[in-house]
Design a protein around this ligand. Structure first.
Ligand code: BTN
Length: 250
């Protein structure tokens, strides 16, 4: 039994040693009315873990965290749905900071080391109804104790902490922070959440190489209310980018 000691988030935790994808499972349960808000599905191993943009999420069995939470943010306008990305990614970064692990958010919601390696990602599956976010399945994949990766750009927390970490403790810290942030979101504290997101943002106000079809030097100077990236190019021109419209080049 995984204890989270929260008010509503993780009151019901469904642990599966193996499953297809915790996001798919949570979505099926949501659709069949089998879960309440705050339920969490966590797996030791996923056979078909899903990443963003139709990618596969690979994770060594039992070494990392792979879980999905069910939220019903019916108070949230569809046009403000990026605040879900904000509050979740900030929660993860700040929870890990309490263990002296320094991480950042690479826009929109990748969890990055300060030197540019990915340790985690979040997959949001929001259901919109009548202009509101009626429900959301939030899938979190965080590399914790896995030591070796197929992809050069991937890493895990164990390389930062230099020692094995306790999965339950990290899970619990993250769930706590998410619940706190969710209460802030519900209370309309959008600008506070956005400020904290900007403070945690990878490459904010630093010049780097990007591509939007053409390579350019630019610096991220903020995000819009809808979560678009505000980029200043070397030429002085400002551009707004939606997800997938720009990529960082190493
Ligand atoms: C990304 O591509 O960065 C997002 C990765 C999200 C992975 C998590 S693992 C738990 C949940 N279940 C899934 O199938 N995907 C998410």
């Amino acid at each position: 039994k995984i204890l989270a000691n929260t008010l509503f988030l993780g009151k019901e935790v469904i642990y599966l040693p193996v499953c297809h994808s915790t996001n798919d499972l949570a979505m099926d349960m949501l659709k069949s009315g089998k879960v309440t808000e705050g339920s969490i599905v966590i797996a030791g191993e996923q056979t078909h873990g899903k990443g963003q943009r139709g990618n596969v999420w690979k994770s060594e069995p039992n070494e990392n965290l792979t879980f999905s939470l069910v939220l019903r943010p019916t108070f949230l306008n569809a046009m403000d749905q990026f605040y879900l990305n904000i509050m979740i990614s900030v929660a993860i970064v700040e929870a890990l900071a309490s263990l002296n692990l320094e991480l950042l958010v690479k826009w929109p919601n990748d969890i990055y080391t300060t030197n540019g390696h990915k340790v985690g990602g979040i997959l949001f599956e929001n259901v919109i109804s009548k202009g509101k976010v009626s429900s959301a399945v939030v899938g979190i994949g965080l590399n914790v104790n896995q030591k070796f990766f197929d992809l050069d750009q991937a890493t895990s927390l164990v390389w930062l902490s230099k020692q094995e970490l306790n999965l339950k403790e990290i899970f619990s810290l993250i769930i706590h922070k998410i619940e706190k942030n969710y209460v802030l979101l519900k209370g309309g504290k959008l600008s506070e959440l956005k400020d904290r997101y900007l403070k945690s943002m990878y490459l904010l106000n630093s010049w780097a190489k990007y591509s939007d079809g053409e390579d350019f030097i630019g610096q991220i100077i903020g995000i819009t209310e809808e979560g678009k990236l505000i980029m200043e190019k070397e030429s002085g021109v400002q551009n707004f980018y939606a997800f997938k419209e720009v990529k960082f080049i190493k």
